[in-house]
Design a binder for this molecule. Structure first.
Ligand code: ECB
Length: 135
């Protein structure tokens, strides 16, 4: 039985989002807005099928995937790039690689108790986020 990510998760901590956004060439005005946001993750998991919604007052982003199946991801409303993306299980962690123009791009999720952790990586910059389960 894989880990269960289903639920509503509210951000409680965020480190180096700025560095991650600079690595993605996000302009300064957008970064200033994005840095003030308090994202919520709404995760729907059915076995190996996932939808992860990232919701904010400014923009929303949704990504659906099946574990182990590569797909074309367009990061619409984020940096608007195309990636060849695949998400795999690494024990109970979700490990995503996003192949494209940017090197060493991807993210990892894991759960500890009521907390959901996320590390977003791009070209040596790592943004570390912590979410708490609220639903
Ligand atoms: C949609 C929430 C953030 C909106 C910020 C708007 C502009 C900033 C532009 C680019 C910054 C790059 C990424 C934003 C950070 C998080 C959004 C989703 C990141 C992601 O890949 O989440 C994964 C793992 O939970 C699922 O898509």
């Amino acid at each position: 039985m894989p880990a269960n990510y289903n639920g509503i998760w509210d951000i409680v901590d965020c480190k180096n989002f700025e560095g991650y956004m600079i690595a993605l060439d996000i302009d300064m005005v957008t970064r200033k807005i994005a840095n003030m946001l308090k994202p919520q993750k709404v995760i729907e998991q059915d076995g190996n099928f996932f939808t992860i919604k990232t919701l904010t007052t400014f923009r929303n982003y949704s990504c659906s995937f099946k574990i182990g199946e590569e797909f074309e991801e367009v990061t619409k409303g984020l940096d608007n790039r195309k990636c060849q993306t695949v998400v795999n299980w690494d024990n109970d962690k979700l490990a995503c690689t996003q192949k494209g123009e940017k090197k060493d791009r991807g993210w990892t999720h894991w759960i500890e108790g009521d907390f959901l952790f996320l590390e977003l990586q791009c070209e040596g910059q790592i943004c570390k986020q912590t979410y708490r389960k609220t639903g």
